[in-house]
Design a protein around this ligand. Structure first.
Ligand SMILES: NC(=O)C1=CN([C@@H]2O[C@H](COP(=O)(O)OP(=O)(O)OC[C@H]3O[C@@H](n4cnc5c(N)ncnc54)[C@H](O)[C@@H]3O)[C@@H](O)[C@H]2O)[C@@H](O)CC1
Ligand SMILES: Nc1ncnc2c1ncn2[C@@H]1O[C@H](COP(=O)(O)OP(=O)(O)O)[C@@H](O)[C@H]1O
Ligand SMILES: [K+]
Length: 474
């Protein structure tokens, strides 16, 4: 599991760890990890030009000590001070190692190979001052190819929320972080500013509490996956029912069935528009009609009958996935007629979540973590906010973020496949929170697998699910 913590959690853990260490030991660990990451990126130090952008806190200290290490290895290291009070010991170390120190935002005569963003870390306020933006532009102009390495977090993003409320922030190619991931490394839009995140172990783990946000890794997914035993039969593995697609969107019914029929349950039933049913049977001869199910997927590509389909599924006293058109017919909290709670997974994209919360889409996109949490609480259901790093929020406040995807997955019908797949996982016995997060992981991994770096369509994503599962289990 990849764990991400808040600033306060990190500071408390750091305090506990430092109590047993000599002063400055943690910064040395951080700086050494940072310097080694830079050395790997530059494939050596000798003759390489590195510029440090240095703020007034310990984040700048990390950059200065790492710069000293790089200078001792033969790199030409320049520190640009963006503060009146840089980390004194760090500055002395850099100078002693032969590094040069400058102030001001003037452009260098020659661009460096790599810029280290040591402007602010977890102590930073969101946004960057104008002079900082100018210094950044002068040393790593957009499109220049200068590699940008952020120390701990890209300066200017909001560390605990993943928001980027001020547009001014660093956009890094690589972020080198310490001790644990921070929320901003996982949650968009901040996660997009991090580039590749590398974690340096500084010994913090024993002092860390339960994470604020986590991300499943392949081994976690493998451990959670329902799988058959020698005693299994098709009913014991679970039956998923799909109420999706319509005369207007027949393909969505087919794609939801394709996601459900990826072999993770014993049987798939399709209930809905007769013309869609005929096409489902042609494409998936193993799919059957009306009967008992252990979970429903409702709403993908639905029409004005989606409300009735939702009511019928709710009446069945089994867990359900509520997608697309069916989301419009939901009441908060999600309840059966009679008022009992229903285990449910809602799968909105940002526009649909905005409608569920009665806010603007832009607000959801800007504050994905809080929006998903708020909806999970209000609807008393697991909410999967779809995006490049989909957010899965539990009504009790827990959150998982999915990082297995590829931008090529942003393609029509991909959401229908996901809804069917999560329905199958619910029918297979997973709790809604696990079904949603395992489903999002498999879906993203299937897209990545099918894409191989190139374009994919939703049908190919569904077809790649068994291959991804096979890889996981063997
Ligand atoms: N907490 C930990 O476990 C560790 C922390 N370390 C480093 O220490 C960092 C935290 O250091 P600090 O607490 O000193 O805080 P930061 O260095 O993140 O920032 C605080 C300083 O920046 C100024 N500042 C805040 N927002 C600003 C903005 N938007 N523009 C310009 N200046 C701004 C503040 O006035 C203050 O001087 C971490 O991110 C990490 O890099 C590491 O050295 C080792 C371990
Ligand atoms: N930029 C992106 N990178 C990775 N995955 C994405 C991106 N944008 C969207 N996705 C994923 O693609 C799918 C799109 O689903 P959705 O918006 O419901 O489309 P549709 O309704 O056409 O099926 C979701 O699983 C979402 O997480
Ligand atoms: K930084």
């Amino acid at each position: 599991m990849r764990a991400a913590h808040t600033e306060a959690q990190v500071r408390a853990a750091e305090e506990a760890l430092m109590a047993g260490l000599p002063p400055g030991a943690l910064m040395q660990r951080a700086a050494s990890g940072l310097a080694h990451a830079v050395l790997a990126l530059l494939d050596g130090a000798y003759g390489r030009r590195v510029t440090l952008l240095v703020g007034g806190g310990d984040n700048g200290g990390d950059a200065l000590f790492a710069g000293a290490l790089l200078a001792r290895r033969g790199a030409a290291v320049d520190a640009v001070l963006l503060t009146e009070s840089p980390h004194e010991a760090g500055l002395a170390a850099l100078r002693a190692a032969g590094g040069r120190v400058r102030r001001g935002t003037a452009a260098p005569r020659e661009l460096p190979d790599l810029v280290v963003d040591g402007i602010v870390g977890i102590g930073g306020r969101p946004g960057l001052r104008d002079d900082t933006v100018a210094a950044l532009e002068a040393h790593a102009p957009a499109g220049s190819g200068v590699t940008v390495v952020a120390v701990d977090v890209p300066s200017g993003v909001e560390v605990d929320t993943g928001r980027t409320p001020e547009d001014a922030h660093v956009r890094a190619d690589v972020t080198v972080t310490f001790g644990t991931h921070k929320v901003a490394h996982l949650v968009d839009p901040a996660a997009r500013a991090c580039g590749v995140v590398q974690l340096v172990d500084i010994g913090l783990a024993p002092h860390l509490p339960a994470p604020a946000v986590e991300a499943l890794q392949a081994a976690d997914v493998a451990a959670l996956l329902p799988r058959p035993t020698p005693a299994s039969h098709k009913y014991s593995r679970g039956v998923v029912g799909v109420r999706a697609g319509s005369g207007r969107y027949p393909g969505a019914g087919l794609l939801a069935v394709a996601g459900a029929a990826s072999g993770l349950v014993g049987m798939v039933r399709y209930v809905g528009d007769p013309t869609v049913l005929d096409r489902v049977r042609e494409a998936h001869p193993e799919v059957v009609g009306v009967g008992r199910v252990q979970a429903w997927t409702v709403g993908s590509g639905g029409d004005n009958r989606a409300g009735a389909a939702l009511r019928a599924a709710l009446a069945d006293e089994v867990p359900l996935v509520v997608d697309a058109e069916a989301l419009r017919h939901l009441d908060a909290p999600v309840r059966r007629e009679g008022g009992e709670p229903v285990p449910a997974v809602l799968t909105p994209h940002a526009g649909e979540l905005a409608a569920l919360l009665d806010v603007e889409r832009a607000e959801v996109e800007a504050d994905q973590l809080a929006s998903a949490r708020r909806a999970a609480e209000r609807y008393d259901a697991v909410v999967l906010l779809k995006g490049s790093h989909s957010v899965v929020a539990h009504p009790d406040g827990r959150v998982r973020v999915n990082t297995s995807s590829t931008p090529w997955l942003a393609t029509a019908g991909a959401g229908d496949v996901l809804a069917g797949l999560i329905g199958a996982l619910l029918a297979g016995g997973l709790a809604p929170y696990d079904a949603a997060s395992v489903g999002a992981w498999l879906h993203g991994a299937a897209a990545t697998y099918a894409s191989q770096g190139g374009p994919v369509v939703a049908t190919q994503v569904a077809a790649a699910i068994p291959e991804v599962v096979r890889d996981l289990l063997t």
